[in-house]
Design a protein around this ligand. Structure first.
Ligand SMILES: Cc1cc2nc3c(=O)[nH]c(=O)nc-3n(C[C@H](O)[C@H](O)[C@H](O)COP(=O)(O)O)c2cc1C
Ligand code: SF4
Length: 660
């Protein structure tokens, strides 16, 4: 192991327990719960991270009182049924030695009454910015009941064999709502000056410590900056809160986060924020306290993680998404294989599961995440008889298929029609602020090169190429092809290009006015708009959606994108249907009033719509008998099945590589 990484593996004392490494897997929603308790799926998920070398594992938040039921699959930490399920996880993780903690939480006004069918509880009747649900101001007996709930839930965690608990006073918590003047407008002894706003946190900490004694860990998760410059907790306030609460010697560590009700996009920021964007908050708190401080905020690169410790900005690093993407990150770094780490690309696509559809947590680049116990992710069986495998297409699906087939011992040749590997990922990573996406392509390429896959670049593999080679198996992963925006009558007065052409370097008019017709509402259209602005174009976006970039809410990128787009003068036309283009004029109608509007003197139209699968090669092979008895096996993976996202491409590539 390079010397730089050594500090990550220095044991860390937390109260009377010792963590074997300083890499923390922090609490996060998974939707794995069964009957609102931990499930064997949780155990398999956490075991993979413990085996991989995480030093501290903080389990998915356990709700401390029935007044809080923030999502359907929330963990009920106040319910005695939780104890054996904690024990199942503690037993599974013990052989690997991490410090295992329950996170005790109450969401207050940031929850929902949807499941509990009762008013939300909060310090004051301030509605949440997103849900707009006005909570009930907690009465003294409510406050007492929640404090009691924290103590009971803490006791259950220890009875279940865990090493301690973490009290959540982070961005989405009742404890923060009491600390912050943004959400605490009480006139009694729990509101007003800092001394009063601290009272609830102090009483919670004291009750928890009384309940569990001194032998186990009690930590506190704290928001270091609510990013509401006109009010709320600012970095200086957070340091003062941390100083006061830690001076009472009841807590063993502080875990620093960022964000609050107005800034959910700064809690687990996406691609547009640089890795380590919140490190300064941890550093400031570390200066103010004498207990260990955990830093967080898109820490995904082991080098950056190590530097945080070397520079003394924190005592441990939370690498949550980093370990979702690669549970073996610590082990690989320790073994001197840091280059083999599959780095999280900060896409927030498959691990953010706060959605009405209740998706289970997974990962775009690590399809095994959340499915660890599933047979298809069991250790890869070596090939009984090494086969000659032909993979056609060098995007994520093709490269993953080649990687997995080669890992099994097959002799793999990968054909890519371009001179470089990456496929659609290359274009996606050309979009402003999305360069990080190229990391997954680079990782896959490095792995297949190491595994000895033969790579044929600049070769368009056709039916004849396959017939000439006659391999044992063919995996088609040739991607999708764009289609023209539906329902619009284009004359030839303005060039109409899709976003692939634009990002791929198609010749454009020098500059002028571009209209982006967006059918998707995701980063595809928003990013090409931004790309054009950067090249000097004036850009207007037309979409049927209620607002531009509607799907960016899911990945928590909408706020930051809006800020950038407005500052660059992008003009938005939501709720409009494009009808036709005549003489450089785009004619559109309001979706509701059907009134006609025009954008004149247009120089370029960028048509952003769904692709269709490129199925020709697959069906030609199929019709020629490939895939049938006595003929080479035939598979297809990724966008050439149905154009979707990286996650599905990699999963299907994995499946094809495994099936060969
Ligand atoms: C999918 C997901 C869900 C999360 N849910 C919670 C949560 O319920 N409670 C919590 O305290 N933190 C939650 N977090 C925040 C993480 O604990 C951690 O602070 C966050 O992932 C940022 O760290 P990272 O940049 O290393 O990923 C969640 C994070 C992710 C990725
Ligand atoms: S889904 Fe994206 S952000 Fe989440 S862990 Fe995987 S790579 Fe990282």
């Amino acid at each position: 192991m390079a010397e730089l990484f050594a500090p990550l593996f220095q044991p860390l004392r937390l109260g009377r327990k010792t963590a074997p490494s300083r890499i923390v897997f922090a609490a996060h929603q998974t939707n794995f719960a069964r009957h609102n308790c931990f499930d064997s799926r949780h155990a398999a998920y956490y075991t993979a991270r413990a085996r991989g070398g995480a030093g501290v594992i903080i389990l998915e938040g356990s709700v401390v009182h029935p007044s809080d039921w923030p999502y359907e699959y929330a963990i009920f930490g106040y319910d005695e049924r939780i104890v054996p399920t904690y024990r199942m996880i503690a037993d599974a993780l013990r052989p690997y030695g991490p410090v295992v903690l329950a996170q005790l939480t109450h969401s207050g006004m940031q929850g929902t009454s949807h499941y509990s069918q009762a008013a939300l509880w909060a310090p004051s009747p301030v509605p949440d910015v997103n849900s707009r649900e006005v909570p009930k101001e907690m009465e003294p007996e409510d406050i007492a009941a929640v404090i009691d709930g924290f103590a009971t839930a803490a006791r259950y965690a220890i009875e279940g064999g865990l090493d301690g608990v973490e009290i959540n006073a982070g961005p989405e918590s009742l404890v923060r709502q009491f600390l912050s003047p943004l959400t605490n407008q009480r006139q009694d002894e729990y509101g007003g000056p800092l001394e009063n706003r601290l009272r609830f946190a102090r009483e919670v900490i004291a009750a928890v410590r009384r309940a569990v004694g001194d032998e186990v860990v009690v930590g506190l998760r704290l928001s270091g900056d609510e990013h509401a410059p006109w009010a709320g907790i600012k970095p200086g306030d957070a340091a003062e809160i941390a100083r006061i609460l830690s001076s009472e010697q009841q807590i063993d560590y502080l875990s620093v986060t960022s964000g609050s009700i107005y800034t959910p996009h700064l809690i687990r920021a996406g691609l547009y924020m640089p890795p380590g964007y919140a490190l300064h908050l941890a550093a400031e708190i570390k200066e103010a306290v004498r207990i260990p401080v955990f830093a967080q905020g898109s820490i995904v690169d082991p080098r950056q993680a190590a530097m945080v410790l070397v520079e003394g900005r924190a005592d441990a690093v939370k690498m949550t998404r980093a370990l979702i993407a690669d549970p073996d990150l610590p082990r690989k770094v320790r073994e001197g294989r840091a280059e083999d780490v599959r780095q999280c690309i900060l896409c927030n696509q498959d691990c953010v599961v706060q959605s009405v559809q209740n998706p289970r947590l997974s990962c775009s680049i690590n399809p095994a995440a959340g499915h660890e116990a599933h047979a298809e992710f069991a250790t890869l069986p070596p090939a009984v008889r090494p086969k000659r495998v032909m993979v056609i297409g060098g995007g994520p699906a093709g490269m993953e298929a080649a990687r997995v087939a080669a890992l099994r011992g097959h002799r793999v040749t990968l054909y890519e029609q371009n001179e470089i590997l990456g496929g659609a990922l290359l274009l996606a990573s050309a979009e402003p602020g999305r360069k990080r996406l190229e990391l997954i392509g680079q990782w896959l390429e490095a792995q297949i090169r190491k595994l000895g896959v033969t790579i044929k670049l600049g070769v368009t593999a056709t039916f004849e190429t396959v017939r000439a080679e006659m391999p044992d198996a063919v995996i088609v992963a040739v991607g999708g092809v764009p289609v023209l925006y539906p329902g619009v009558d284009f004359d030839n007065s303005v060039p109409v290009l899709n976003e692939r052409d634009v990002l791929g370097g198609a010749p454009l008019p020098p500059t002028g006015k571009a209209v982006v017709l967006d059918e998707i509402g995701d980063h595809d259209g928003m990013a090409v708009a931004e790309w054009l602005v950067q090249k000097g174009w004036k850009v207007e976006i037309v979409t049927r959606d209620m607002f531009c970039g509607q799907r960016l809410t899911a990945t928590q990128e909408l706020t930051a994108w809006n800020q950038r787009a407005w500052s660059k003068g992008v003009v938005f036309h939501p709720q409009r249907e494009a009808v036709r283009v005549t003489n450089r004029t785009l004619i559109m109608v309001d979706r509701f009033s059907r009134e006609e509007e025009r954008i004149e003197q247009v120089d370029l139209i960028v048509d952003v719509t769904y692709d269709r699968p490129d199925e020709t090669l697959y069906f030609t092979l199929k019709e020629a008998g490939f895939g049938s008895e006595g003929m080479p096996a035939l598979y297809r993976a990724g966008d050439c099945v149905a154009p979707r996202r990286i996650g599905q491409a990699i999963l299907e590539g994995y499946r094809a590589g495994r099936a060969v």
